[in-house]
Write a protein that binds this ligand. Structure first.
Ligand code: PEP
Length: 247
């Protein structure tokens, strides 16, 4: 059976005191929880892995550099992320693609770097509102998959997050039919790319305004194996019901 995963992306929110949410979340987790990953800002990674020790919660970063070391002031390598005890890293989030002009080829290199450091890469893809309105979603997704996914995907080193950009932080969510269509399409592309055995086991997350009141509906889709959650992951009392809907 495919593993289920709920990943929380804190973005540039929270501080050291916010890590108390991890303890609250641990206490609110359902029995036999799905995998849970919290991705706090990079300066909190060390403390977050400490705070999560002995719990079912795993820690991830929100980005990594494509090189392992060197003269890249302000950047953080996958090696350094792994050194904190974190085990996941998000790459290609639309906010990175937008504000840091990251291209598919950059995302692919970052994912490769993440793997080399032993991290699982959560590779994000998703279309703009204009592309959605013009019915170009599947073409955009196909292009992003072709460009962003490195060769060598395994069932443990890769998670794919479909995040329509127009749904992120907006309160807008595609219909269940639209989510099903895109996730089925991604799964089919993965089969072509890495064979049915691997493709069937790679978790596909939906992301974009997932909240406690819509999570159960979204998780009805057969090829939705979890969620990448922004705003609703900041408070354990919001994130826990989303996780429970997945369990
Ligand atoms: C995200 O940041 O990846 C995200 C999906 O944000 P939100 O849940 O707030 O829409």
């Amino acid at each position: 059976m495919r593993r289920k995963l709920a990943a929380g992306n804190w973005k540039m929110n929270g501080n050291a005191a916010s890590l108390s949410e991890l303890k609250t979340l641990k206490d609110l987790l359902p029995p036999n929880p799905p995998q849970v990953v919290i991705c706090p800002p990079a300066p909190l990674l060390f403390r977050a892995t400490e705070a999560a020790r002995g719990t079912d919660i795993m820690i991830g970063a929100q980005d990594c550099h494509m090189q392992h070391s060197g003269a890249f002031t302000g950047d953080v390598s996958a090696d350094l992320i792994a050194d904190t005890g974190a085990t996941f890293v998000i790459v290609g989030h639309s906010e990175r693609r937008d504000t840091h002009e990251e291209r598919d080829s950059d995302v692919r290199k970052k994912a490769t770097s993440a793997w080399a450091s032993g991290l699982t890469a959560i590779i994000c893809i998703g279309e703009t509102l204009d592309d959605h309105a013009a019915n170009n979603t599947l073409d955009i997704i196909a292009g992003q998959l072709a460009g962003s996914l490195p060769d060598g995907m395994t069932t443990s080193n890769t998670v794919i997050a479909y995040e329509p950009i127009w749904a992120i932080g907006t309160g807008k969510v595609p219909t269940l039919e639209q989510i099903i269509e895109v996730h089925d399409f991604i799964r089919a592309k993965l089969v072509t790319r890495c064979g049915a055995e691997v493709a069937d086991m790679i978790p596909l997350l939906y992301g974009g305004s997932v909240k406690p009141d819509n999570a159960a509906t979204i998780f009805q889709a057969e090829n939705v194996d979890g969620a990448l959650v922004g705003g609703a992951s900041l408070k354990a009392t919001d994130f826990a019901p989303i996780i429970a809907a997945l369990a």
